[in-house]
Design a binder for this molecule. Structure first.
Ligand code: NAD
Length: 181
């Protein structure tokens, strides 16, 4: 499977590192990275030797990707998702999919129309510790759950601009920790 990443910032670089590992193990072909910042691409090239594009559309057109991870700021997911869907590229979009419900609907619609997968990266669902807790509850190992407590681990701020000239808006965050008694 040929994979690309759009957005090599704070979280994109985490994914890039993981994809590079998968690439080296022969599990995927990590083809290219797109970021509007040439310095970011230069540092990624130095670290991983993965080809970089400042225009993700050019990457889509030239690389023949099967799948792309969209790791741009929340408010910029839509344009990348729509361009990928149009080219029949499967999409892993970062959470939250969008900060605007209509944008979210347009992305889902585009994925359906183009018959591509659009998955939101709720990777905690695959976290062994979370799975273990879920299984323990399902199997009745913790008895009957009578009370649950969920709390936010992060600030309720999301990015509303690029980091250069960063602005934030107050919106619900998305990380939570859960305790059950
Ligand atoms: N799944 C998770 O657990 C998790 C964790 C952290 C962040 N996120 C999400 O990841 C996304 C990115 O967050 P971040 O903290 O890495 O942001 P960031 O600002 O650190 O990185 C964003 C990157 O996107 C690049 N970019 C912006 N516009 C672009 C465009 N048009 N084309 C190509 N590149 C472009 C920027 O240059 C920057 O390098 C957000 O949606 C965030 O909510 C998800």
């Amino acid at each position: 499977m040929k994979v690309g990443v759009v957005g090599a910032g704070t979280y994109g670089s985490v994914l890039i590192n993981a994809y590079y590992g998968a690439h080296r193990r022969g599990e995927i072909e990590f083809a290219a990275i797109a970021d509007i910042n040439p310095d970011t691409l230069k540092s990624m090239d130095e670290k991983y030797g993965i080809k970089g594009y400042t225009d993700y559309r050019e990457m889509f057109d030239k690389e023949g990707l099967d799948a792309v991870a969209v790791v741009t700021p929340d408010y910029l997911h839509e344009e990348v998702v729509l361009e990928a869907a149009k080219r029949k590229i499967h999409i892993l979009a970062q959470k939250p999919l969008s900060t605007d419900i209509e944008q979210g609907k347009r992305m889902i619609q585009a994925a359906k129309e183009n018959n591509v997968m659009l998955y939101v990266d709720f990777h905690k669902r695959f976290d062994p510790a979370h799975i273990q807790l879920r299984n323990a509850i399902k199997e009745g190992k913790l008895g009957e759950i009578e009370y649950g407590y969920v709390c936010m681990e992060d600030k309720i701020l999301v990015q509303s601009g690029l980091r250069t000239g960063r602005r934030t808006v107050r919106r619900p965050g998305s990380s939570a920790s859960i305790s059950l008694t």
